[in-house]
Design a protein around this ligand. Structure first.
Ligand code: BEZ
Length: 211
């Protein structure tokens, strides 16, 4: 059965480019981004893993550990990492899971047979420290993902986990946020001392509370 938001991300053990790991042990109390790509030595995937490596500090700052996966074997990952480092001017040091027996791919429903019988699609999961699945996106093989968007969602998830707010369309760190409907308008001043704007009774904006 496929995973849904709010489900517990299943644990697994796997061989990766940084050695054998137990997923939960590897994560500890970090957030996780777990993402699959169709195959090693392919152009779009090369740029995706390069971009991920170049954003290392951004992920670290947010307490996020990143893991990539394809069904290719570990020897293939090791050779391809050299190419990624060379062509994308990075150092890939996050784990790339080798999943030739498709154990993890099937656990996370990363193979969509009507898209490809054998390769994983571009699935991506954001997983909170309590191991609940917070975001699932699936891109086709022909479209590389936007990793700034992944960081933006992590910022939103980490903010909204701690405050009674939600983030509006195209929100970016530092911009005004929405007060959740569960908060009565008369209770807003006590909870949000920076002030608020009532555009409609159901649409109340406030400055980002942790800035
Ligand atoms: C790529 O990563 O470039 C790619 C992989 C599978 C199909 C098409 C493109």
């Amino acid at each position: 059965m496929s995973l849904r938001l709010g489900d517990i991300a299943p644990n697994f053990q796997a061989l990766t480019s940084v050695g054998q790991i137990d997923f939960y042990d590897y994560l500890g109390d970090s957030w996780a981004v777990l993402f699959s790509h169709p195959a090693d030595y392919t152009p779009v995937c090369t740029t995706e893993l390069g971009r991920t490596a170049s954003l290392k500090n951004e992920f670290q700052k947010r307490n996020v550990k990143v893991l990539a996966l394809s069904v290719d074997p570990i020897e293939s990952h090791r050779g391809w990492i050299k190419d990624i480092n060379e062509t994308q001017h990075v150092e890939v040091d996050f784990p790339i899971i080798a999943d030739p027996d498709r154990k993890v791919s099937e656990l996370y429903d990363m193979i969509h047979p009507n898209a490809s019988a054998t390769a994983t699609v571009r699935s991506l999961f954001i997983i909170a420290p309590d191991k609940t699945v917070k975001l699932i996106i699936t891109y086709p093989a022909s479209t590389g993902r936007n990793f700034q968007e992944i960081l933006r969602v992590i910022d939103s998830l980490q903010l909204t986990a701690n405050y009674s707010v939600a983030t509006p369309a195209d929100w970016k760190e530092g911009e005004d946020v929405v007060v959740v409907p569960a908060i009565k308008t008369e209770d807003i001043p006590a909870k949000f001392p920076k002030g608020f704007r009532e555009i409609k009774p159901y649409l109340r904006m406030t400055p980002q509370p942790n800035k």
